[in-house]
Ligand binder design. Structure first.
Ligand code: MF3
Ligand code: CO
Ligand code: CO
Length: 271
């Protein structure tokens, strides 16, 4: 399969699916607190998708080649879990950082977005990691425009994360998205400017950097899904689905509760 250009009808469908993904995270936000299990959050999400939104949880039973079917309606990745954490019966506790990654299907279109949450009061390092990862995602998104290359996005993310002493996970990337969950192109979160696929209006993909406080290496747990940092350092991730427009980008996964973008860097800070 190759990169697909979305029609105006596709874009409208992606906008709706994306907004519903954002609204699902808005709905879950007050429930992400100490004493709640990630399984309880999963159950709330499933119910909201199926009964309130009329959406389908794309992750439930999702089984890419070489994987067992994913058993839940979202991913919950706590502390040193990088991504694809399976909701379980462990309670969230004060000081945890958790990524909640949701993908909803509406009228055949996928909306894929994730945010970080603080449970109670985070450590100074955890707060910094989460904030730097958020700005790293935004530095990547702000590189999106027709004529830009995917390497521009990866490079912006990598430079910002590494300038803060953090590292970029290499094994997972952003992806094209539409009627399929994971489409071409692959959107690496590291790279060199001017390299890789050249963007044009109508392409939709995710930007979803995974940034580790320590080394970039990862390990997969015996459940076949949960990815953790090899050195047990903290890891953070944020994700938006983005459309390439005629003059830049449009965030598809925006909702009332989407956190504000970080301020645009001034020239003096730009490097
Ligand atoms: N939502 C993830 C992504 O951003 C994919 C999760 S697949 C699952 O691409 F099976 F682990 F849920
Ligand atoms: Co996702
Ligand atoms: Co994604």
């Amino acid at each position: 399969m190759s990169v697909t250009l979305k029609s105006p009808e596709d874009v409208a469908g992606m906008r709706e699916a994306g907004r519903l993904g954002g609204e699902l995270l808005d709905y879950l936000t007050p429930h992400v607190k100490a004493g709640v299990t990630t399984q309880e959050i999963d159950a709330l999400a499933h119910d909201y998708m199926v009964n309130e939104q009329g959406t389908i949880p794309a992750t439930l039973n999702y089984a890419p080649p070489g994987h067992t079917p994913y058993p839940a309606s979202l991913c919950t990745s706590v502390n040193h879990v990088v991504c694809h954490g399976i909701p379980g019966d462990k309670k969230l506790k004060d000081g945890d950082i958790v990524n909640i990654d949701v993908t909803v299907i509406k009228n055949g279109y996928h909306g894929d977005t994730s945010r970080m949450f603080f449970v109670g009061k985070p450590s100074i390092q955890a707060r910094r990691l989460v904030e730097v990862t958020y700005e790293a995602m935004w530095r990547g998104i702000r590189a999106v425009r027709p004529g830009a290359h995917l390497g521009d996005i990866g490079s912006a993310i990598q430079r910002f994360a590494e300038s803060h002493g953090f590292s970029v996970v290499r094994e997972f990337c952003g992806h094209g998205i539409g009627k399929q969950f994971h489409e071409e192109p692959q959107v690496l979160h590291y790279g060199r400017p001017g390299t890789g696929y050249k963007l044009q209006p109508g392409i939709v993909f995710t930007v979803e950097p995974m940034i580790n406080a320590g080394r970039p290496g990862i390990r997969c747990l015996a459940d076949g899904w949960t990815i953790v940092t090899a050195d047990h350092s903290l890891s953070a991730q944020w994700e938006h689905t983005v459309l390439v427009t005629d003059d830049g980008y449009e965030i598809m996964t925006q909702s009332a509760g989407t956190p504000a973008p970080p301020p645009e860097p001034t020239l003096a800070q730009a490097s």
